[in-house]
Write a protein that binds this ligand. Structure first.
Ligand SMILES: Cc1cc2nc3c(=O)[nH]c(=O)nc-3n(C[C@H](O)[C@H](O)[C@H](O)COP(=O)(O)OP(=O)(O)OC[C@H]3O[C@@H](n4cnc5c(N)ncnc54)[C@H](O)[C@@H]3O)c2cc1C
Length: 291
C-alpha cells in the first residue's frame, strides 16, 4: 500500500476546501469498507484521503414533513434500527440486512454504497424503486440528482472531484406500501449478490408496482415492461406474475463472472421477481403508510 496523507476536516466547507486544494489526488472516505480494501490492494493510490467521519453535519436520519433525509455518514445498522425507515421503506431495510455482516454494517454507509457505484451494490435497487435523490454539494452550491441518473456506469458517477454527497432524500409515501428485496448469494453471509430484485408496491387508487435489479446491468435498471403489465392488471394471479417475471428476465443484460454465469443470473432474476411480487401482495395492509 502506498503512503498517503489523512485529512480530517470538521465541516462541509472544510471538506470542500480540502478537495479544491488536492484536486484529483484526493479520495473521500466514509465508512472505508470499500476504500480501505482498494488501498490495501493498490487498486486506488490517492495522495490524500479525506475522511468525512468528523463532520457532524453529515450524521443522522431526519424525518421531515414529506421526506426523509439519510445523511452521508448514516450506516446500514442505523437504517436497520430506525423505526421510520422500517415503516416507510421496508425494502431498503431488507437490503441493508442482506448486506455483508453486522460488523461491516456498523461501518458501511448507504451513501458510500451508492458512490462506489458497483453494479452489485445492495442499496441501489431499493433507492431506485423509492425514487431517491442524491444530494450533492460543491464549490458552486448544491444539486439533487435521482440515484438512477447519478450512477453513470460501473464504478462511475456524475460526481465532480470537488464535490461530495451530503445525503440521500426520499419522499414519504402518501399511500400504503409494501416492499421486498431478495438477493441470490453463494453462501449465507459476507457475499456480494449474484443477482437481486427489489419490488415495491404503492397501493391506493393508482396502484403502482416498481421493480429494479442489482448485479445484472451496468447502470441502475427498472423492469418497465413488467411494471406496465402489473400496473394495468386489476387481478394479479399466478399467470400474470409468471408473465411479469419473464418480462423482467428479458430486461436484464448480465455478464458472466466469478460469481455466476449470465444464464444463471437471468434465471435467478425471473425467480426472484416472481417471489418478490408475491411477497409484496401478501404484506398486511398498513405497512409503510405515511399518514
Ligand atoms: C467484507 C466486505 C463485505 C461486503 N459486502 C457487501 C455486500 O454484501 N453488498 C454490497 O453492496 N457491498 C458490500 N461490500 C462493499 C462495501 O461495504 C459497500 O459498498 C459500502 O456500503 C460502502 O460504504 P462505505 O461508507 O464503507 O464507503 P467508503 O469505502 O468510505 O467509500 C466508497 C466509495 O464512495 C465514495 N464516497 C463515500 N462517501 C462519499 C461521500 N459522502 N461523497 C462522495 N463520495 C463518497 C468513496 O470515495 C469511495 O469511492 C462489502 C465490503 C467488504 C469489505
Amino acid at each position: 500500500m502506498r503512503d498517503f496523507v489523512l485529512e480530517r476536516p470538521r465541516s462541509i466547507s472544510e471538506v470542500l476546501d480540502t478537495l479544491q486544494r488536492h484536486g484529483n489526488k484526493a479520495m473521500v472516505k466514509s465508512g472505508g469498507t470499500d476504500v480501505i480494501v482498494w488501498l490495501h490492494k493498490s487498486i486506488k493510490e490517492p495522495d490524500y484521503i479525506v475522511d468525512l467521519t468528523a463532520v457532524e453535519q453529515l450524521k443522522g436520519i431526519v424525518v421531515n414533513e414529506d421526506n426523509v433525509e439519510v445523511k452521508a455518514l448514516v450506516t446500514l445498522n442505523e437504517v436497520i434500527g430506525d423505526d421510520s425507515l422500517n415503516r416507510y421503506f421496508p425494502a431498503l431495510v431488507q437490503a441493508c440486512k442482506a448486506h455483508s455482516d453486522p460488523l461491516i454494517r456498523n461501518r458501511a454507509t448507504v451513501v458510500g454504497n451508492v458512490c462506489a457505484a458497483v453494479p452489485s451494490g445492495d442499496m441501489i435497487a431499493p433507492l431506485v424503486c423509492y425514487d431517491a435523490k442524491v444530494e450533492i454539494t460543491g464549490p458552486n452550491g448544491s444539486r439533487k440528482v435521482p440515484v438512477s441518473e447519478f450512477i453513470t456506469g460501473p464504478k462511475r458517477t456524475s460526481l465532480g472531484t470537488d464535490e461530495i454527497v451530503t445525503g440521500i432524500r426520499i419522499a414519504l409515501p402518501a399511500v400504503e406500501t409494501s416492499g421486498c428485496y431478495l438477493k441470490a448469494i453463494r453462501r449465507e453471509a459476507l457475499d456480494i449478490a449474484q443477482a437481486a430484485v427489489c419490488c415495491t408496491l404503492f397501493k391506493g387508487d393508482n396502484r403502482e408496482f416498481r421493480i429494479a435489479f442489482c448485479a445484472v446491468s451496468a447502470r441502475p435498471l427498472r423492469a418497465t415492461e413488467a411494471e406496465k403489465l402489473l400496473n394495468s392488471c386489476s387481478n394479479i394471479d399466478d399467470e400474470v406474475i409468471d408473465q411479469a417475471a419473464e418480462l423482467a428476465a428479458d430486461a436484464v443484460d448480465p455478464i458472466t463472472d466469478v460469481r455466476a454465469s449470465r444464464e444463471y443470473r437471468v434465471e435467478m432474476i425471473a425467480e426472484l421477481t416472481r417471489r418478490a411480487i408475491s411477497r409484496c401482495l401478501e404484506r398486511p395492509a398498513g405497512e409503510g403508510v405515511h399518514k
